[in-house]
Write a protein that binds this ligand. Structure first.
Ligand SMILES: [Zn+2]
Length: 152
């Protein structure tokens, strides 16, 4: 666990502040982190001034040595070099991070799940969120409802 002071500006009211956040985590070491990644609240922040919620942006690295991957949340164009033994998945948005986190957790293919998610998005014309995987079925949340799609 590595911590860093993050500078942020609320996109709703412009309030500037600093907050201490973890920037490096190892998989399965911190149950609270895993839970907050699973329910999409890890990067969510409530502004002290206007009380509105938004996603914080800062460099964050989640490493899973067992499954040999690194999930990187970074807005930078150039990325540091990593060892070739680990697969590096880089995302620029908090929602993409939690999406990739869940897909990797269930050992699924990012491309496949993404294409199913996009198909649902086009069908329902609503925001679609991948939630979980059980009995070979992908579960998505659309407007508070759960939709199951078989995974082949
Ligand atoms: Zn605010």
């Amino acid at each position: 666990m590595k911590q860093r002071m993050i500078y942020s500006s609320c996109p709703h009211c412009g309030h500037d502040f600093q907050i201490l956040r973890d920037t490096y985590e190892i998989a399965d070491m911190n149950p609270t982190l895993e839970e907050r990644l699973q329910n999409d609240s890890y990067f969510l922040h409530q502004c002290n001034a206007c009380k509105k919620l938004y996603y914080l942006q800062y460099p964050f690295m989640y490493r899973n040595p067992k499954k040999k991957y690194i999930l990187l949340y970074s807005q930078q164009e150039s990325l540091p070099k990593f060892s070739k033994e680990e697969k590096v998945i880089r995302v620029k948005h908090a929602k993409q991070f939690t999406f990739a986190y869940k897909v990797l957790k269930y050992d699924l293919e990012i491309k496949k799940v993404l294409s199913i998610q996009n198909r649902l998005k086009n069908m329902y014309k609503e925001e679609v969120k991948f939630e979980s995987f059980q009995d070979n079925t992908l579960w998505f949340q659309i407007q508070g409802e759960y939709i199951g799609v078989p995974y082949q």
